[in-house]
Design a protein around this ligand. Structure first.
Ligand code: IMP
Ligand code: MG
Length: 184
């Protein structure tokens, strides 16, 4: 384990199990709605590892994927309170069923900006999936999360795609970053 991690929250095995269950839940939901064709959008960069594991458990729908890049924290552990779209999806999304995949929803500012963007483009339906939800820090009300992996406490966490200043994304588990790393 990295010396900068004070506690492991979810091991690689626990993540794999939960992500598989979430993929199946998503498949079942769309089948129940008689929706067979889906565009899944990964919010870069944090969601990319979760995303690539998740979509392989949505194997019974006609699925395409795309990416959107949102400005992030920079090197700080606090959100700057503003989300800018740096790179938009390449696919046309009007009239399509879209599922957004995010790593973590914290204040909700990033997700609210993404939702607003997609609704303005005239999607047929829009659902949100996040691996992690940190509800105590929410600033945006009325953000409905349709599929969620785990609810997490108010701690800064890294691994499995989540970073601090660009680092720790490759860790196969999710852990709490020791405050000594960012409170220097
Ligand atoms: P929000 O706009 O405050 O909801 O922040 C969402 C984004 O901030 C996520 O997509 C992450 O990139 C980042 N973020 C929020 N909390 C954490 C954390 O605990 N660890 C790593 N990144 C985080
Ligand atoms: Mg992110």
């Amino acid at each position: 384990m990295s010396k900068d991690i004070s506690q492991v929250l979810y091991s690689a095995e626990e993540l794999a199990q939960r992500v598989e269950a979430l993929g199946k839940e998503i498949s079942q939901y769309y089948k129940k709605e008689h929706i067979n064709s889906l565009l899944v959008v990964s919010v870069l960069r944090g969601s990319v590892i979760f995303f690539s594991d998740l979509i392989r458990h949505i194997d019974d729908l006609d699925l395409e994927f795309d990416f959107i890049t949102i400005s992030s924290y920079g090197s700080s552990a606090e959100t700057c309170g503003k989300a800018d779209i740096l790179n938009d999806v390449a696919e046309k999304v009007a009239g399509r069923h879209v599922l957004i995949v995010e790593d973590i929803i914290d204040t909700g500012i990033t997700m609210a900006a993404v939702v607003e963007r997609f609704l303005a483009k005239g999607v047929k339906s829009l659902k949100l999936c996040t691996l992690l939800d940190k509800p105590v820090r929410r600033k945006v009300q009325n953000l409905k999360i349709d599929f969620c992996g785990f609810e997490v406490p108010d701690q800064f966490i890294v691994g499995y795609g989540l970073d601090y200043a660009g680092r720790y994304r490759q860790l196969p588990y999710i852990g709490v970053l020791a405050p000594s790393v960012y409170k220097k």
